[in-house]
Design a protein around this ligand. Sequence first.
Ligand SMILES: Nc1ncnc2c1ncn2[C@@H]1O[C@H](COP(=O)(O)OP(=O)(O)OP(=O)(O)O)[C@@H](O)[C@H]1O
Ligand SMILES: [Mg+2]
Length: 271
Amino acid sequence: MRVVLETQAVTKTYQGGSGLINAVDAVALSVHEGEFVALVGPSGSGKTTMLAMLAALLKPTAGAILIDGQDLSTMSEAQRTAFRREKIGFTFQANNLVPFLTALENVELMLRLNGKLDKASQARARDLLARLGLGDRLHNLPRQLSGGQQQRVAIARALIHNPQVVLADEPTASLDTERAFQAVETFAALIHEQRRAGIMVTHDLRMVPYADTVIQMLDGKVSSVLTSRADIAALAGTGRGDRPPTRDITSEARPVNPLRTPELAAALNVV
Ligand SMILES: Nc1ncnc2c1ncn2[C@@H]1O[C@H](COP(=O)(O)OP(=O)(O)OP(=O)(O)O)[C@@H](O)[C@H]1O
Ligand SMILES: [Mg+2]
């Protein structure tokens, strides 16, 4: 299978209170087409920093990131922006929906930016939102949606333009259990069906059985890579090697968590 995304000793160093800290420390990983990776690890282990570098929103201090064989570090800022818009879909810890656009328009925005808004793609946007349980909320503004509904709009927006790489930072943080399972299941299904490379950061280990690979981070480094169903199931605590069953949607969603890094929020406004 073709490698879509690859990092070579990628490192991000920050000035911390007591000297330099490597938020991401010489990480090498690769993701193939059709592969769904769950990125897990304790708070502060470097997951968001890693994802922001993969999304070409943050420059590594050292090392290389290759997407589709192209080295992000050799691109100009303008090239990186164009590359990100076309090839990468992402949703971060806050969803950054455009407040004056409806749910459907927020999703269509990605198509419009890429010059790909036509009847067929508009139908796909509606279908995708319906698949995420928002078929009756297409024309609502973000403020008329619950936090969890907004988060699902952001998931649809990350996927709609068929990006080769899909990155999601805790996309289920403000969803209740049933909706979280449903969203991750849809996310995984689309990555598999469309042969994308997907990485999802999650704190919720119950979600990892949907992933093909689980990468655990600790102190900026990869501490383990799990690919066997049994190992992944053991991590999830299910004790079984199969994926969780499809769930019904029953209860309402909780509000979205605040974004932790203001720089990311600022960077996301370019989208
Ligand atoms: N802009 C910054 N300046 C200085 N240090 C930073 C900055 N951003 C992140 N860090 C530090 O880098 C480390 C990794 O942070 P990161 O946000 O990547 O962690 P994370 O694994 O996503 O955590 P969480 O699970 O809490 O979201 C932490 O020690 C954090 O304090
Ligand atoms: Mg984080």
